[in-house]
Each structure stands twice: as structure tokens, then as C-alpha cells.
Design a protein around this ligand. Sequence first.
Ligand code: NAD
Length: 255
Amino acid sequence: MDFEGKVAIVTGSGSPHGIGREITRALTEKGCNVVVADMNLEGAQKNADDLNTEFGCDSMAVSVNVTDADSVTAMFEAVFAKYGRIDVLCNNAGITQPVAIADMTKDDFMRIMNVNLVGTFLCSKLVVPYMVKNSYGRIVNTSSVSAKCGGGVYGGAHYCAAKAGIIAFARAQAMELCKRYKDMITVNCVCPGLIATDIRAELSDEAEKESRAKQAMGRAGTAREVANTIVWLASDEASYISGEDVNINGASYFG
Ligand SMILES: NC(=O)c1ccc[n+]([C@@H]2O[C@H](COP(=O)([O-])OP(=O)(O)OC[C@H]3O[C@@H](n4cnc5c(N)ncnc54)[C@H](O)[C@@H]3O)[C@@H](O)[C@H]2O)c1
């Protein structure tokens, strides 16, 4: 896989141990120019600086709130102004909340839907004109195994619904884009199972223990194992795959 000359934006890539950071590293290793985009600008800048120091590349950090259309537009404008193209968008920003439906407020529900689903909608919609400019695009969304089998209290039903919505939205967008642009832009999702990252800091020790006990391989997945699949879906090699969702859960769940 060769990403030389290509430009990828990875949202939610500003945390120190997250899946997003690992996606930016895996893409950079393949020659891609990477934009580290996050609401946490300090974290994004640190990750971009690390990439530039380690790989001698020209990575850029951008502050973005994926729930805000103006902020998303400003991000795409800034990236296009610097690199003149946007080839890959990884919609990876996400939040979860360990709460049972009985205790869930409407504000809880809307907050989780906003970041995970509305954020994916806004970024996926607003990036298309930039991809069309260069007749090429790959959109890869981070959904979750929770979209398919429920998340229990540690996943939260609102999180499950948002992540399932991402899969349905991606299928619809994949079909719309194919009808209009043939094979120019593909849209796919990954559905990670239990992955060792900071997002799980929200979970109680008991919930963490319970979710680890369910892992068929006896371990959580790594952020790199998720990133590897995302990079492949973002590559030229995956040119006839669109509207698909790929499970990454070490045989813990099939579906
Ligand atoms: N870790 C897991 O077990 C697991 C499993 C399945 C899916 N996922 C998904 O993977 C993705 C990455 O999660 P992670 O585990 O690396 O977590 P993480 O907390 O390390 O990363 C999430 C990032 O999203 C950013 N973010 C939050 N709200 C934002 C907003 N409004 N705008 C822009 N950025 C925002 C955060 O600042 C953070 O850097 C998420 O979508 C998550 O739902 C994680």
C-alpha cells in the first residue's frame, strides 16, 4: 500500500494512546501526509509534532469540533489551503458513557449521538466536494461492535444506537456516491471490539473486567490492529469495497 502524495485527515487523533493516533502513525509510515484533528488541540499538536520529529514528515494539527458544521468546514478549508487535496477522511472522533437506559437523560443521549453520529454525518457530507476536486476519496468511519450486539451498561444504549447509525449512514452514502461518481469515493466502517485505549477510563473496574472476560482471544485488541484495517480500507487496494463494515474483535462476535 502506497500513500505517497496523498493527504488524510483523522478526527479524534489527539489523545495519547488512542486508535486515532495509531491511524495517523500507520498512514504516515506508508508515506501519507496526515492531519491530526481533534477538539483537544494541545494533544493534536503533540501527536503531529511527534510524527514530524520521528518521520520527518509535514503533518499538521487542527482544532475541530466535529459536531459543529462551521468548525468542520474551517478544518477542510485549512487542510485544502495547505496541501491542495484531501484524499482520505477517517471519522474516528467518538465518546462513550457507561450508563443504563433507566438512568440516561435526553441530554446524555443527544451528547453521545452528536459526537459519534452527527459528527460523522457532518464530516462525511462536507468532505465530498474536496474529494471531487481531485476525483478521489476514501471515507472510513470508526463504528463499534456495540452497533451489532449492544454494549451493556459500559457501552451505553445511546452509544450502540449512534454506532449502528454510522453503519447505516455509511451504506446510504456509499450508494449515493457510487450512483453519482461511480468508483471515485468509497465509504466504509470498521467495528472494533474491546481495544485497549483511554476511552475505557470511563468504565468501572468491574465493567472492564467483565468486558475482558468476554474476549475470545483472551486479550483486548490493540489500536494498531484497528489502524491496520482502516489503512487498508483507505488504500487503493480496497477500490471495490464500499458500504462495508469490517469486524475487528478477535472472534469475540460474528455478525
Ligand atoms: N477503545 C475501544 O474499545 C473502542 C471500541 C470500539 C470503537 N471505538 C471507537 O474508536 C474511536 C476512537 O476511540 P479511542 O478508544 O481511541 O478513544 P480516545 O478517547 O483515545 O479518542 C477519542 C478522541 O476523540 C476526541 N473527540 C471527542 N469529542 C470530539 C469532538 N466533538 N470533536 C473532535 N474530537 C473529539 C477526543 O478528544 C479524543 O482525542 C471512537 O469513535 C470510539 O467510539 C473504541
